[in-house]
Ligand binder design. Structure first.
Ligand code: HEC
Length: 172
């Protein structure tokens, strides 16, 4: 009898341990994280000009996409620049900017104080940025982490979408 009780208690204990874990897996991480779509390679991008890399999670890139579409999408949907097709968000164009903008740090810097393509002068007056959030109200609620997530999305998108991101003009 005592053994039966202890076995039952033991089983109950195990159930109590497993149940919350299972619930966490199902509800906490959501279906998206369980069904991985993108490889670690696609999620890994340059963090700074020194070549240090950073690997984002899919969830971070999805948040970055949402923020980007909301704050930047009216001009940069799909990685192009509507009013200046020469200065798109494709990796090649970013790499050739001064300073090079093909890493997270430099993109975050651009969102704080954007410069002309040759790096000569600030264009914060005409381009959305934290510096000009009095004019560009969508920039008001963004914090440093939001900027980091949008930069991540800008760099991961071409690795996932290929030439569709930025129009792929250099490929034709
Ligand atoms: C009102 C339209 C508009 C909005 C909104 C906008 N941009 Fe831009 N963006 C431009 C234009 C125009 C340029 C080209 C500037 C130039 O002539 O150098 C540009 C250039 C850039 C560049 C430089 C690209 C390169 O190849 O050097 C980056 C990076 C960028 N934008 C990021 C963003 C991000 C991130 C957001 C959202 C937070 C955003 N932009 C919102 C119009 C916009």
């Amino acid at each position: 009898m005592a053994r039966l009780v202890s076995t039952a208690l033991c089983a109950l204990g195990r159930l109590l341990l497993v149940l919350p874990l299972a619930l966490l897996l199902v509800t906490g991480f959501g279906g998206e994280a369980l069904a991985a779509q993108w490889s670690a390679d696609q999620l890994t991008v340059p963090a700074n000009p020194d070549g240090t890399e950073v690997t984002f999670s899919e969830q971070e890139i999805k948040s970055g996409r949402k923020l980007f579409n909301n704050s930047c999408g009216e001009c940069h949907a799909g990685g192009i620049t509507k009013t200046n097709q020469n200065v798109g968000l494709d990796p090649e164009t970013l790499a050739l900017a001064t300073p090079a903008r093909d890493n997270v740090e430099a993109l975050v810097d651009y969102m704080k104080d954007p410069t002309s393509y040759d790096g000569e002068y600030s264009i914060a007056d005409v381009h959305p940025s934290l510096r000009s959030s009095d004019v560009f109200v969508k920039m008001r609620d963004l914090d440093d982490n939001d900027l980091r997530l949008m930069a991540g999305y800008i760099l991961v998108a071409p690795k996932v979408q290929g030439i569709q991101w930025g129009g792929g003009k250099i490929y034709f």
